[in-house]
Design a protein around this ligand. Structure first.
Ligand SMILES: [Zn+2]
Length: 284
């Protein structure tokens, strides 16, 4: 018999009154269940110490990981979306934007800025999946295009970090135009011989895969990232066949020739610096 038994039956503790560890102190890996201290998880670049699962992170985290002394200057930080189509689904589009801004503290689904990565000047554009699924609307396209203009003008290599569900349906055709706009800018970078490196992270799909994410001088990815155009269910139903194992994983995509290499996030900064040392001669 245990030394303590509850005498009265039917005592219920409401969930909110239950004492638990403070939120945000521990991280549980969704892939293997490993439990890590959040501080340790952050030190490991938000990867699992046991199975190396790469947790999805936002632009703020990537900027802090990449830029020397976490110093960078943000470009166009206040640009926000208009509502060209007066679009309404369950919510009017401007209301959805405002609610998402409040929830995430972000203005749209990409952050752009410049700074130094191991002493090398670099422009970085990084998408945020938390902002309407990292969808590519006019602001995303415009901010990326302007980051590329900054690269061109100052002759600085550009790193694009993609994480997106694709086009933003609330902007329909305006969203699709961003594919052409960003692709045209990449052609200008190419002509000017300025390196454009594209890092595809989990997940990169739709119109983003079909434009700037796959147009890098180097297309690289993180382990296990989902990369594709349409989702597996749509493809399965279209072709009427089962899909091969690991279909649309970074490893599968690399094996089929679409990626140059897969990089562990903990090594990202080093690998980028080494790559640029090989392909890029810094202007005097
Ligand atoms: Zn794990």
């Amino acid at each position: 018999m245990s030394w303590f038994t509850r005498k009265d039956k039917g005592i219920q503790t409401p969930t909110e009154a239950k004492r638990e560890a403070p939120d945000g102190l521990w991280y549980k890996c969704p892939q293997c269940g490993n439990i890590m201290h959040t501080r340790e998880h952050k030190l490991q670049a938000y990867t699992c110490s046991k199975c190396n699962y790469h947790e999805k992170i936002g632009s703020q985290e990537y900027f802090e990981l990449l830029f020397d002394d976490t110093l960078y200057t943000e470009l166009d930080p206040t640009m926000t979306s208009d509502d060209p189509l007066h679009f309404k689904d369950t919510k009017a589009y401007p209301d959805r934007i405002k609610a998402t801004e409040r929830k995430t503290g972000l203005k749209d689904a990409v952050r752009t800025g410049y700074g130094q990565v191991q002493g090398i000047d670099m422009v970085v554009a990084c998408m945020d999946f938390n902002f309407i699924g990292g969808s590519m609307g006019s602001v995303v396209g415009e901010k990326i295009a302007r980051a590329m203009d900054y690269s061109l003008k100052n002759r600085i290599p550009l790193l694009m970090i993609s994480k997106s569900g694709g086009a933003r349906m609330m902007e329909a055709g305006f969203s699709l135009m961003q594919m052409a706009k960003t692709s045209a800018k990449i052609a200008l970078l190419d002509q000017a011989k300025i390196p454009y490196i594209s890092l595809l992270t989990d997940p990169t799909t739709g119109g983003v895969t079909a434009s700037f994410a796959m147009l890098g001088d180097f297309n690289i990815s993180e382990p296990g990232a989902l990369i594709g155009f349409a989702g597996p269910r749509v493809i399965r139903e279209t072709i009427g066949k089962d899909l091969p194992k690991g279909f649309q994983s970074a490893e599968f995509v690399q094996e089929h020739g679409f990626l140059d290499f897969i990089v562990d996030r903990k090594d990202l900064k080093d690998r980028l610096a080494k790559l640029l040392e090989i392909i890029w001669v810094k202007p005097a």
